[in-house]
Design a protein around this ligand. Sequence first.
Ligand code: SF4
Length: 385
Amino acid sequence: MFSTHEAADGAVARVRLPGGRIGPDQLALLAQAAGAHGDGFLELTARGNLQLRGIGDVDAVAEKVIEAGLAPSSTHDKVRNIEVSPLTGRIGGIADVAPLAGALDFRLRTEEWSAELSGRFLFGVDDGRGDIRRHRPDVCALAREIDGPDIVADILVDDELLGSARGVEMIVDAVLDVAHTLVDSAPGTWRIGDLTPDERSAVEDRVRTRLLPVVGGSDDADSDTAASARPAHAPAVGEPIVGWFDQDDGRVLLGAVVELGRIPARLAEFIAAVGAPVIVTPDREILLCDLGEEVAETVVRVLAPMGLIFDATSPWARVSCCVGAPGCANATSPVREDLLVHIRDGEDIGDREHWVGCPRGCGSPAVPHDRVVADPDGGYRTQRR
Ligand code: SF4
């Protein structure tokens, strides 16, 4: 059964979307569930998932999520944490790594041992441009080149380059080997970074023996690889994927953000009605893909007034927040309301900010940012993370 957890404002359901990918019909079902049984919003998470909050009828939401095919494994759902380069196969990249991510997801949810993996463990599949690597997944397959029919990828464990793998099957084996080794050698450990130095060396030594030497012989080729993976029409890594982008096949990809990183259910229904593939990114962007020019123009004209923000200079492209009070019992400050006032007053937002109601820092970005933490006296202080 699809599971939820309790918060001060009701049950919370996290819907895992490997690679952030969701079909329009699936999005429509989630939007209906959020509107009828939740607080009326779909929240975007820092791992490219969607979350429903304030749920009154958990069974009704579970039914919709299962109907949408978004909880394919009752035993393994929490371990399907796979970030994938959002633009892969559409704009730039050494290779389209979506099939690789699909194969990884299938193996992950069909192998018995993986149910023991921590729900915090993060898999990364990077198409060579370096956008997912910079989130420092526990294990990352980083595409390096195409060799004949095969994709060749480097395997990085917590950003440590251990070796290479060739072909989808070997790459998926290598990535799963890291997770399996963690489960075997340090059961209950959440992430690679939680291991002692000795435990970590043991994991790396075991995994390294099953990999090929690094193609090219060193880590030095990384900058060249990343550069060749980014054509001129692709957004630079680290810049918001917000606005109008030409796909390699001539179609259009629209990227957008929303206030407070949550999509009103009604807006989500309109996004679904476009009938295009949707990708949710770990930077809380919403990508509408494979559009014709006329459709894209209509989407901007109709959905911008409804709250979809296509302007990359908007502060909402650089700021996120946790739920704060009253939704979270740990919070003393209404973080969302305070952030709305801050932005509507025209206050400055740094290059990347995340506002939170307490030092726990839920939903923090995996990249360097300013954490703006509520103080019990009602003020906020900023820490560089
Ligand atoms: S950061 Fe603190 S206040 Fe915000 S959701 Fe997490 S526990 Fe609650």
